[in-house]
Design a protein around this ligand. Sequence first.
Ligand code: AMP
Length: 307
Amino acid sequence: MSLLVVGTMAFDAIETPFGKSDRIIGGAATYIALSASNFITPIKQISIVGGDFPQAELDFLASRGVELEGVEVKKDQKSFFWSGKYHLDMNERDTLDTQLNVLADFKPVVPESYQDCEFVMLGNLVPAIQHSVLKQMKTRPKLVVMDTMNFWMETAMPDLKEVLKHVDVLLINDSEARQLSAEYSLVKAAKAILKMGPKYLVVKKGEHGALLFHGDQVFVAPALPLEDIFDPTGAGDTFAGGFMGHISRTKDISFNNMKTAIIVGSAMASFCVEKFGTTRLKEISKEQINDRIQQFVELVNFDISLV
Ligand code: AMP
């Protein structure tokens, strides 16, 4: 049983207070797959790229156990392109440019060999495309997790609300949760969003960690205090990859296991931000991942004797 991932595979141009990159490899599905493949393989990827997407990147993903039968290559077109700029407070970023290119008329077809996937990660993408992938699954997956962003709230809110009715977990950041619910308090925002379809909501708060909401229950995961943060791009997707990688490896969709999954997601995201783009994710070892998860355990562990 494996994990199906759908999302963008892209070129990004990023500017942070610490440097600037030219067109480098990015995309939600790229980060998700790189992160999740540390926990489960195969990953069955659905995406679309242009002829400009390097074969070496596809080969690298394949070497990590990512199946690419569902990745369409449009040789005569350009890959999705996104450009963003971070400020000193790196929880805030401006999108400078979004060029849909191949994504503009992407009609994904779920290959027959992907139908056995019990876990589905709908990475950040056109909501109607996320929905179309879900509709093509002949058996309802055990868990469907979805990510989205402000861009789609502004350009495709009705479609986004429709797909939300069919997912189990929504993963978004705090400003997106506020935008989606029109509530400032994250507790009120969670209540409103949990009425839109998902049974679980994960609110990512960048360097302030993440919150997991389910019914009246809340769990908080910290972010690791890091000395250097170079580039937060892809941190949310890397988080999603760690979260879904852990859940699909353990096949346990309980609230308790989701708590562990958001710690695993936070640990993976903490690697992502240490270097530009996907660089750090490509070099980390299983041992480093385990060490970092252990650091999280120590970070939140304390004793108290109540009087
Ligand atoms: P994150 O920092 O985790 O929110 O994700 C950053 C990644 O999302 C980048 O690598 C971009 O290529 C990708 N991305 C940016 N805008 C969009 C969009 N509107 N739809 C899908 N993917 C996007």
